[in-house]
Design a protein around this ligand. Structure first.
Ligand code: MD3
Ligand code: FE
Length: 217
């Protein structure tokens, strides 16, 4: 059997795995919604194209990004912000698809967060070689709301550090269909993605898509 055929098999849902205080890994939680999710991503990026944003330090980000929802996360030489208008198109971001909302809400509930209603979904697109250096997510208004992240396509090595950059990160492989709910103290920990390895995924092809659902406004 060609190894890619395994990618199409459903991932069994294991026990929720505690990564840290407030951080829960739900293996394969999005596995049965994968095709619909990727179709919705295609529709989003047809309206709000993937782009490499520029950091406030002047560097072009390795990850290609887009957003949907009431606002989108944007970076430019002026800084980071959530903006209701996509600066590339001058138009509002596409709306959050119902299947996105429902999945994020169910995942948050499984991790103990009732009534999680995200207003933003950041879409990250990785190809082999793409990386995301260690950072904290601090641009969201409500610190009590978790972030829900959904991994699709090629596997990635997730780097999970601590409250200071100097703490050496743990490494976890995130697979197609995995969801992580980040709340509690872990919500503000440093994290990143190691350079994506070469590969091909049966459904997503030569890329990894990460969706992060946030209550940003
Ligand atoms: C831990 N994305 O978009 S998802 C990001 O795979 C981001 O694209 C990575 O970091 C990716 O900001 C990692 C997992 C994740 C997302 C948000 C977090 C982990 C987090 C916020 C706080 C702590
Ligand atoms: Fe992040």
């Amino acid at each position: 059997m060609h190894p890619d055929l395994f990618d199409a098999l459903p991932v069994p849902q294991l026990q929720p795995f505690r990564l840290d205080d407030g951080a829960v890994l739900l293996r394969g939680f999005a596995g049965s919604d994968d095709r619909v999710l990727l179709e919705e991503v295609e529709k989003i990026i047809a309206v709000a194209p993937l782009r490499h944003m520029i950091t406030p330090g002047g560097f072009r980000m390795s990850v290609a990004m887009s957003n949907c929802g009431q606002a989108g996360w944007v970076s430019d030489p002026g800084g980071y912000r959530y903006d209701a208008i996509d600066p590339e198109t001058g138009k509002p971001w596409p709306t959050l698809p119902a299947v996105f909302m429902e999945l994020a809400n169910r995942a948050a509930r499984s991790a103990g967060y009732e009534n999680f209603i995200p207003d933003v979904c950041l879409v990250n697109c990785y190809v082999p070689g793409t990386r995301l250096s260690l950072h904290q997510d601090k641009d969201e208004r409500d610190p009590s709301a978790p972030i829900v992240s959904v991994s699709l396509g090629l596997p990635a090595v997730f780097l999970f550090g601590g409250s200071q950059r100097s703490i050496r990160p743990m490494r976890y492989t995130l697979l197609h269909g995995d969801i992580v709910v980040w709340g509690g103290p872990a919500r503000y920990h440093f994290h990143g993605i190691a350079p994506l390895a070469e590969g091909h995924h049966a459904i997503a092809g030569r890329k990894r898509i990460n969706l992060t659902f946030r209550k940003a406004l």
